[in-house]
Ligand binder design. Sequence first.
Ligand code: ATP
Ligand code: MG
Ligand code: MG
Length: 541
Amino acid sequence: RDIEAARNSEELLKKHREATGGKILTRFPPEPNGYLHIGHAKAMRFNFTFAKERGGTTYLRYDDTNPVKENQEFIDNIRNCVDWLGYKPFKVTYASDYFQDLYDLACELIRRGKAYVCHSSKVEIAEQRSKMINSPFRDRSVEENLRLFEQMKQGRFAENECCLRVKIDMTHVNPNMRDFVAYRIRYVPHPHAGSKWCIYPTYDYTHCINDSLENITHSLCTLEFENRRESYYWLLGALDLYKPMVWEYSRLNLTYTVLSKRKLEKLVGEGLVSGWEDPRMPTILGLKRRGYTPTMINNFAAEIGVSRNGNDNITSINVLENYARKELDVTASRTFGVQEPVLLEIVNFDEVKVREIKAPLFPADPSRGEQTYTLSSRVFIDADDFSSEHKKGFFGLTPEQPVCLKYGPVVQLQDIVKSADGKVEKVRVKVLLDFKEKLKGYIHWVSEEHSTDAVVRLYNHMFTIEAVPNDEWEKYINPQSLVMKANAKVWRHVADGAKEFDRYQFERLAFFCVDRDSGKEEFGGKIVFNRIVELKESKEK
Ligand code: ATP
Ligand code: MG
Ligand code: MG
């Protein structure tokens, strides 16, 4: 028998080689029951580059076996994200494309005495599997099983009335080998296969057969599937199908966020974020909207690589953010933006001769061009750069301390004009002409006359805790994950003609990206900027 089995597998391998031409074939198999996230970027990077570096190629395969949770919107979105990240699938397939083959193979499995229709309930099946006892329906004849399975397909049973189970070994040490369910009844139309079927194959039954039929050479999956490798090989063996090589790797976890679809769904469902595309979400769409580019994400995925360290390993979100900083540093031109304006009035503006102030777009490389900041008699600076009382270690404008309006003149405080309720209305300052001394503060500013109102959205970590626990994880949602600055000011020459995804560094503040909410009534018709990432790794915990 061993010799026969060896011959058989040799034969299968030969056929497989003929089909692939000896090429490496991998697949990226997302279930279209949600949006792709940064963890999927790792899976894509691994599958696509593993094959490509070896002259092979990769399928995008929708693992669409459970129509209850899947829909066309998810299907379309997944495709868009794969494209956006720059991956080029060799073919796009659907598990559901193989429903007929899968059904025919299930009949063959029954004929081989390796599957049976089981009328036990879900609870009973779970109990049989935990107690390692056989189902009372396990010894039905092949004929009866074929007839019942056919009736399942015809819609003669109610959902959950019965299912098809593989027949392996109910006392096996690996729980997944204890007669897992292969087909269940669902009276739900399928987003890709339409309403042709009312029985749907399970992941365990489908995945290995799909891999085999597509001649996948390396089936790469995350570690939680490790205990399913045995049943994967068992089923292919039971049907005399070619066996791909299965290799598991660790899932990506990131600090201060969650990557489980269930949790992400909850954030969206409970309105804790504005949707799947909220810039705080670790989804590909969220990252894109936040201002991330494909290269930042792919470089991150390349750096973290793959390992078998375990699914509990957690990667610092700083690693991802550092890729954003590194790229933005050379791609995002500099400008000034004022988040919380304090108005300065220059009392001796008439004496100021230099009003057209040149500033480099990229200070590290002046040859990349410059812009003009036009000084006017009224200028906004940030509240953080002003204090009505002098404080030690504070480098901004105070009654005792002049500051330089960066690239422009030095101003000294004259007096502070307050309203009846004690709020600072404006600060009168004097330009110190020919000032030569060394200064501590060089601050950003925007001329009132040349400014535009803006909304600046400061995004922080979604959670307050580094490793978000599985239980009571909602307790750690960061109430400060979005801080809106609704009265910000930016230079008009920047805002005019700015498009979604234009990226800037607001000097001294952070990197920002123009959002599509710009101009919307909800935001007062103002231009809206998302903070992509701060200039430096934040130290706070
Ligand atoms: P979830 O448990 O959140 O539903 P999943 O693994 O079921 O995730 P799929 O869309 O079915 O999600 O996954 C498609 C592929 O991406 C699979 O091969 C899966 O192993 C991989 N993948 C999913 N999440 C991660 C992650 N965090 N890190 C690495 N790979 C992942
Ligand atoms: Mg899942
Ligand atoms: Mg899955």
